[in-house]
Design a protein around this ligand. Structure first.
Ligand SMILES: [Mn+2]
Length: 368
């Protein structure tokens, strides 16, 4: 049987951190459309169950469009069972009353819930929603029958790192050597799959679409193909996002003018994987002369039409050729010598010299 494991869709996410109002609205719709596209993929490929491992929604306030779309996708695909385990971003607001729940929408609560994925009862699905009080004991006390094919759904941060954002800690040790074939996780937004113990795997599917530049790269879901006879589970990451996000470093060491920087950036961008549908953050790196002409807004505007969204972040270091100013009798030279003699650190000196020289030359102090 085929199963889809997804998580962290964050439908209704605001998406205004980078995008303007219009594009944020469009991108928000795209998150919902990608969910629909995934359900169509499931229907077209004979997928019998979709596991949603938390953070289906982004906030407690769920738009009517998102709610209605999710419910209608579930209702219109009666051959697919949707297993929805709430994450730290989800709330009960999605379903207003009992009669709203479609028969093929299966839910979880704060105690262990068990579902049979096959009529012979050989493939079991377990899940629990952690709430702080139940987290530690529920993990230790969980004992499935190792002779079954066991799939477990959870939402939380695996124990190697501290939990952020009120997520619960999942202690992987507590799930080892219990006969779990596949631990389907949500919370970490990047795909990650590794061995849980000698037999089973644990996996974060990652989010379905990247939203910010902390979610660069491939995003999608995991397709599981379970051999219900042998118990063998074949897992495959399916890259599915409509758009990808890229952070691309452009070293502009030695360049002194915006046109040259633009040209360098275009060269680096054209050899990257980013396509015109994608979102790109260009990070300028390297060391440039304190007097170099580098208009970040102009550089960004010159590059942005090639992509759905592009921004430029300046991470260059400034180089001050102090020797060149030592004999300069103008105001410039005097200014540089005063800053050099100050107790500021080198980076602060360079920043102040750049601003000062720019003002002396008649420019604007916040040109970058
Ligand atoms: Mn999440």
């Amino acid at each position: 049987m085929k199963i889809i494991h997804c998580a962290d869709l964050h439908l209704d996410s605001k998406l205004t951190a980078n995008l303007d109002k219009e594009k944020a609205k469009q991108r928000k719709q795209e998150l919902l459309l990608t969910f629909k596209r995934m359900v169509s993929y499931a229907a077209d490929n004979g997928v019998e169950a979709i596991l949603i491992c938390g953070d289906l929604f982004d906030t407690k306030v769920i738009s009517a469009t998102a709610r209605n779309t999710v419910l209608s996708e579930i209702e219109n695909h009666p051959d697919i069972d949707f297993y929805y385990l709430k994450g730290n971003h989800d709330s009960d607001n999605f379903l207003s009353s009992e009669e709203d729940i479609p028969v093929n929408l299966k839910l979880f609560n704060d105690t262990w819930t068990e579902y049979d994925l096959t009529s012979d009862g050989k493939v079991k699905l377990y899940g629990i929603e952690f709430n702080g009080a139940n987290t530690a004991s529920a993990q230790v006390n969980f004992v499935p029958d190792p002779s079954d094919i066991n799939i477990v759904m959870l939402h939380g941060q695996e124990s190697e790192a501290a939990a952020k954002d009120k997520a619960e800690i999942i202690d992987l040790k507590a799930f080892r050597n219990k006969g779990i074939n596949y631990l389907a996780l949500g919370h970490i937004h990047e795909y990650k799959c590794d061995m849980l113990d000698g037999e089973g795997k644990y996996c974060y599917s990652g989010c379905l679409e990247g939203r910010g530049f902390d979610e660069c790269g491939e995003h999608g879901f995991v397709e599981l193909n379970i051999d219900t006879e042998s118990g063998n589970i074949d897992d495959r990451f399916v890259s599915f996002a409509l758009r990808k996000l890229y952070e691309i470093n452009v070293d502009i060491t030695g360049l002194n003018a915006s046109p040259d920087i633009i040209l360098r950036a275009k060269n680096v961008l054209s050899s990257s994987d980013a396509s015109d549908e994608d979102l790109v953050k260009v990070v300028l790196t390297g060391e440039v002369d304190v007097e170099c002409e580098k208009d970040i807004a102009f550089i960004a505007n010159s590059l942005k039409d090639d992509y759905y969204f592009l921004k430029v972040y300046d991470n260059t270091k400034l180089h001050v050729d102090y020797d060149a100013f030592m004999l300069d009798e103008s105001l410039k030279g005097e200014f540089v010598r005063i800053v050099k003699a100050s107790e500021l650190d080198d980076d602060e000196k360079a920043d102040i010299i750049r601003y000062g020289l720019n003002v002396i030359a008649g420019g604007d102090i916040d040109e970058d």
